[in-house]
Design a binder for this molecule. Structure first.
Ligand SMILES: Cc1ncc(C[n+]2csc(CCOP(=O)(O)OP(=O)(O)O)c2C)c(N)n1
Ligand SMILES: [Mg+2]
Length: 801
C-alpha cells in the first residue's frame, strides 16, 4: 500500500470508528430512554464495554476480516456489532431504536434472534470464546474429510473481555485445542483491566502470556500506541515508559477518568525533573497529554492493523490489547462505569462534539469529515461484507425408514444404542458418513466402542493403535486418522457441549452437514448445563445420549445418580428429550432424531400433536444400563408414531379402569408387574408407556394455547391418550427421576395422581434395594394404587421400606 493509500485508509477507519462509537452510544441512549419512561430499568453493561472495543472492532470488521471468518463478540459489545452491521446495510434503524426491546436488536449478539448475520451467540461469558476454538476444530474435521474444500479456510475470532478470562471453561477448551492441533483461531483480549465490579489484578497479562505460549499459541501484546511510542523516543521518554509500566491499574484508570490536568499533576509529582521529562510534558497541552496517555494500542488503529495484518501463519494467536473501558466517553476509566450511562446533558455535549445535528442521529455519514459518497464506496468494498450474508445452508441427508437393531430377548437401552450405531457403522447409507461421535473420556463406557472400532478416531495426522501393532489383544481399535468419525475429548463436559455446539452448527458455519452424537453419564449433564443451554440457544443440532442414568445405575455409585435430568430434558428449549424403556422404541426414536436434527422449517405446529416439529432441534436420550425383557412385537407405523409423540398404551385400560400406571424408562418392569398383581383384584387396569414426558407435555400446553387462540378442535397426543379414562380413574406415575416429571399428567383431564420417583440420592445398592428404598418398586406402585382406589383393598401389599 502506498503512503497515500495507507493514510486514506487510516482516515476512513478513524471516521468509521467515530461513527461506531456514536451509533453504539446513541442506540444505548435511545433504548435507555424508552426503558426509563416505561419501567425505570437501566441498560446495563453496554456503553463502557462497547467503547472499549470500538477501535478493535472497526479494524477487524472494516479492514482485517474476510467473509469466511467467524466472530464471537464480547456480549456487552453488541451495540458496536449492530452499529457495524447497520453501516454495512444488514441492520435496520427500527431494530436499533428498539435495542433490548421487543423484537429489537438483542442485548447480546444472537444467532437466532438477531437479523444481522451474527456468527456465534454470546451472553454467558466464556462460552462464545470456547465456541470459536471448537468451531475451528469442526472446520478441520470437515476439511479433513474432503468436504467444502472449494471454500477458503476461515479464522475463528473471539473478542474477549479480560474479566471473561476468569471463566474456567476457557482453560478447559485451551487444553483440548492443544491436543487437537488447533489452528486458525484468534482470541483478542480487550485488556481494559476492568470487570463489572472491579479493576483487575496487576500483572494478569503475564500469566495469560505464559499460559498461551505453553499451549503453543502465538501471543501478541499490544500495549502502546504510535503516539506513545513516539513520545518514548523523545528525551525523557524512557522515564515516561517506566512510569507507565509500573503504574497500578487502578491509578491508570482513575487518571484516564480525571483527564489532562490530573495526568500532568501526577506525572510531574512522580517523574518531573525540571529537565527533559518536565519538558516532554510541558510541550503538550492538557488535552494533548490526555490523548497521549490514553493512546494504548487497543485504541491505536495503525498499531492494530500492523499487528493483525502481520500474522502470516495459521497457529492460534492471542492478542492482548490494552484498552480503556469507556474510551472517549465522560466516564472512561471510572471503576463504576460498567452500567454507566450518559446523562442527557452529557449526551448533548457528546452529540455536539461528534458534530451530529439533532434529528440526524441515525444518519450514517452525519458529522464525519469525509464525503458520504466516499464512505459509501468504501463500505461497498469492505472485504468482510463482500459476499453478502455469510451463513451457509446444507442439504438434508436422507435417513433410512428404519434403523436395524439385532434384538436380544433381554437387553438395556444403552446396549441397544451401541448396537444400533454399530449397524449404522457397518452399513453404507450416506448419512452414516456424516455421523460424528464425541465423548469426554466415556466412549467405551457409554457403548460407543463398536462404532469407533468401525469408523475410527479423528485426528489430522494418522496414528495407529500401538496395542494393535504389538498384537496385544484388546476389544478396541484406537486408530486415529483424518477420516475417523469419532472425536475423543478429555473429561470436561463443558467441552463436550461446546464441541456439540460447534459440530452441530457445521451446516451453517462451514456449509457441510454433520450429525453429531455426544455421549456422557447422565448426571454430568449438570456439569455442562450452561454450555448445553448455549448450544441450544444457538440452534446447534446434535444427539445427546446420556447413560447410565437415575438410581438404576445402582452399584455404580451414589455420586453418579441423576434425579433432576428428566426435568432438565423437559425444560430445555431446543432439546426434545426421550427416555425409552425398550430397544425397539430407541431405534424408532434415533431414526426420528437423525431426521429431526436436520429440519429447519417454519414454526407452524403439527395439527396432530401441536408440537413444532417442522422446526427441528436437538435430541436428548436418557438411557439405562439395566437389562430388561424386551417385548416381542412389530414396530408398526402407528406404534412408531406414538413412541415419537411421547407415549402409547402398553396395556389399554378397560372402560371401568379405576387406576392406570404411567411409567417412563427403566422402571417399566415394575409398572408391568404391579399392573399384573393389581389385575387380580381390579378390572381394566391400564399401563401407559411414556417415551417422552417432554413431548407429551409440550404438545399439551401448545394445544391449550391453540384453543385459546380459537383452534377449538386442537387436541394433543396426551389428551387423546387419557381421554377414555373416566373422571374417577386415578393415575400412578413412576419414573427413575424426580416425581414432578410425570405429576402433571393428572391435570390433563383432572385425574387424581400419585407420583412416584426419586427425591434423594447417594445410596448405593442393587437395583432392587434402591427401587425399594426410593419407593419406585412394584410394591410402592401397589401402595400408591391403593391410596387412589381407596375402599377396595389391593392384594400383595407388603410394608413400605
Ligand atoms: C456467565 C456469566 N456470568 C456473569 C455475567 C454478568 N457479566 C456481564 S459482563 C461482566 C463483566 C465483564 O468484564 P470484562 O469481561 O472485563 O468486560 P468489560 O466489562 O471490561 O467490557 C459480568 C460479570 C455474564 N454475562 N455471564
Ligand atoms: Mg474488562
Amino acid at each position: 500500500m502506498t503512503d497515500r493509500a495507507s493514510a486514506d485508509r487510516l482516515a476512513m477507519l478513524a471516521a468509521l470508528e467515530r461513527k461506531i462509537l456514536w451509533l453504539a452510544s446513541w442506540t444505548i441512549h435511545s433504548a435507555n430512554h424508552l426503558r426509563d419512561n416505561r419501567d425505570g430499568l437501566k441498560v446495563g453493561g453496554h456503553q463502557a464495554s462497547s467503547a472499549s472495543l470500538a477501535t478493535i472492532m472497526t479494524a477487524l470488521y472494516f479492514a482485517v476480516l474476510r467473509p469466511e471468518d467467524r466472530v464471537a463478540v464480547k456480549p456487552h459489545a453488541s451495540p458496536n456489532f449492530h452499529a457495524i452491521q447497520y453501516l454495512l446495510g444488514n441492520q435496520t434503524r427500527e431494530k436499533l431504536e428498539t435495542f433490548r426491546g421487543y423484537k429489537g436488536a438483542q442485548s447480546y449478539p444472537s444467532r437466532t434472534k438477531d437479523i444481522d448475520d451474527v456468527d456465534f451467540s454470546t451472553g454467558s461469558v466464556g462460552l462464545g470464546v470456547a465456541q470459536t476454538l471448537f468451531s475451528s476444530l469442526a472446520q478441520d474435521y470437515v476439511r479433513a474429510h474432503g468436504w467444502g474444500l472449494d471454500r477458503p479456510e476461515g479464522r475463528m475470532v473471539a473478542l474477549i473481555g479480560d474479566a471473561e478470562m476468569d471463566e474456567g471453561n476457557i482453560y478447559e477448551a485451551l487444553i483440548e485445542g492443544w491436543k487437537h492441533g488447533l489452528r486458525n483461531t484468534w482470541w483478542v483480549v480487550d485488556y481494559n483491566r476492568q470487570s463489572l465490579d472491579a479493576v483487575v489484578r496487576e500483572g494478569l497479562w503475564e500469566r495469560f502470556e505464559a499460559m498461551f505460549r505453553n499451549f503453543g499459541w502465538d501471543v501478541v501484546i499490544l500495549k502502546y500506541g504510535k503516539l506513545l511510542e513516539a513520545a518514548f523516543a523523545e528525551p525523557g521518554g524512557e522515564a515516561l515508559r517506566r512510569w507507565i509500566d509500573s503504574c497500578p491499574n487502578q491509578l491508570y484508570a482513575a487518571l484516564c477518568y480525571q483527564g489532562g490536568a490530573a495526568w500532568r499533576r501526577r506525572l510531574l509529582d512522580d517523574i518531573g525533573d525540571q529537565g527533559v521529562v518536565t519538558a516532554l510534558l510541558e510541550r503538550r497541552s492538557d488535552a494533548e497529554l490526555a490523548r497521549l496517555m490514553t493512546n494504548l494500542a487497543g485504541h491505536d488503529m495503525p498499531s492494530l492493523l500492523e499487528a493483525f495484518e502481520s500474522i502470516d501463519h495459521d497457529r492460534p494467536v492471542c492478542f492482548i490489547a490494552y484498552t480503556i473501558k469507556g474510551f472517549g466517553l465522560p466516564f472512561q476509566g471510572h471503576k463504576d462505569n460498567h452500567a454507566g450511562l450518559m446523562t442527557p446533558a452529557q449526551m448533548e455535549a457528546f452529540r455536539a462534539g461528534m458534530g451530529v445535528r439533532p434529528g440526524h442521529e441515525w444518519e450514517k455519514f452525519e458529522g464525519l469529515d469525509i464525503a458520504g459518497k466516499e464512505i459509501e464506496a468504501f463500505l461497498k468494498q469492505v472485504p468482510f461484507a463482500a459476499r453478502g450474508r455469510r451463513r451457509y445452508r446444507a442439504d438434508k441427508l436422507p435417513v433410512p425408514a428404519t434403523l436395524a437393531v439385532p434384538m436380544q430377548p433381554t437387553m438395556a437401552t444403552q446396549q441397544g444404542f451401541g448396537l444400533i450405531l454399530n449397524e449404522i457403522a457397518r452399513g453404507s447409507e450416506p448419512f452414516a458418513d456424516r455421523i460424528v461421535t464425541t465423548s469426554p473420556d466415556v466412549t467405551v463406557s457409554t457403548n460407543l466402542g463398536a462404532f469407533v472400532n468401525r469408523r475410527g478416531l479423528f485426528a489430522r495426522e494418522t496414528l495407529a493403535d500401538t496395542f494393535r501393532q504389538e498384537r496385544i489383544p484388546s476389544t478396541f481399535a484406537w486408530d486415529f486418522s483424518p477420516k475417523g468419525q469419532h472425536v475423543e475429548l478429555g473429561i470436561a463436559e463443558m467441552n463436550l457441549f461446546i464441541m456439540l455446539s460447534a459440530l452441530g452448527l457445521a451446516h451453517s458455519i462451514h456449509g457441510e452437514r454433520l450429525l453429531p452424537v455426544g455421549t456422557l453419564y447422565d448426571p454430568f449433564i449438570q456439569r455442562g448445563l450452561d454450555a448445553l443451554n448455549y448450544a441450544c440457544y444457538q440452534d446447534a443440532r446434535f444427539m445427546l445420549v446420556a447413560t447410565p442414568s437415575g438410581v438404576t445405575l445402582a452399584p455404580e455409585g451414589g455420586a453418579h445418580q441423576s434425579i433432576g435430568t428428566p426435568l432438565i430434558g423437559m425444560a430445555q428449549d431446543g432439546l426434545a428429550a426421550f427416555e425409552p424403556a425398550f430397544v425397539d422404541e430407541l431405534a424408532t426414536i434415533m431414526r426420528f432424531g437423525f431426521d429431526y436434527m436436520q429440519r429447519d422449517g417454519e414454526g407452524d405446529p403439527d395439527e396432530e400433536t401441536w408440537l413444532r416439529d417442522e422446526t427441528g432441534g436437538s435430541v436428548y436420550l436418557r438411557l439405562s444400563t439395566r437389562s430388561i425383557d424386551q417385548p416381542q412385537r412389530t414396530m408398526d407405523a402407528a406404534l412408531a408414531g406414538d413412541v415419537i409423540n411421547g407415549g402409547y398404551w402398553m396395556r389399554r385400560p378397560g372402560p371401568n379402569a379405576g387406576v392406570v400406571i404411567a411409567y417412563m424408562g427403566a422402571v417399566a418392569p415394575e409398572a408391568i408387574a404391579a399392573a399384573g398383581l393389581l389385575a387380580e383384584t381390579h378390572r381394566d387396569v391400564g399401563v401407559l408407556a411414556i417415551t417422552s414426558a417432554d413431548r407429551l407435555n409440550a404438545g399439551w400446553t401448545a394445544a391449550e394455547r391453540a384453543r385459546q387462540r380459537g383452534h377449538a378442535g386442537a387436541t394433543s397426543h396426551v389428551e387423546r391418550l387419557l381421554a377414555p379414562l373416566s373422571r374417577d380413574c386415578g393415575l400412578v406415575t413412576v419414573v427413575d427421576g424426580h416425581p414432578a416429571t410425570l405429576a402433571w399428567l393428572g391435570s390433563v383431564h383432572g385425574h387424581r395422581v400419585r407420583s412416584l420417583g426419586v427425591e434423594h440420592f447417594g445410596q448405593t445398592g442393587t437395583v432392587d434395594d434402591l427401587y425399594r428404598h426410593h419407593g419406585i418398586d412394584a410394591n410402592a406402585i401397589l401402595h400408591a394404587a391403593q391410596a387412589i382406589i381407596g375402599r377396595r383393598p389391593v392384594r400383595y401389599l407388603s410394608a413400605l421400606a
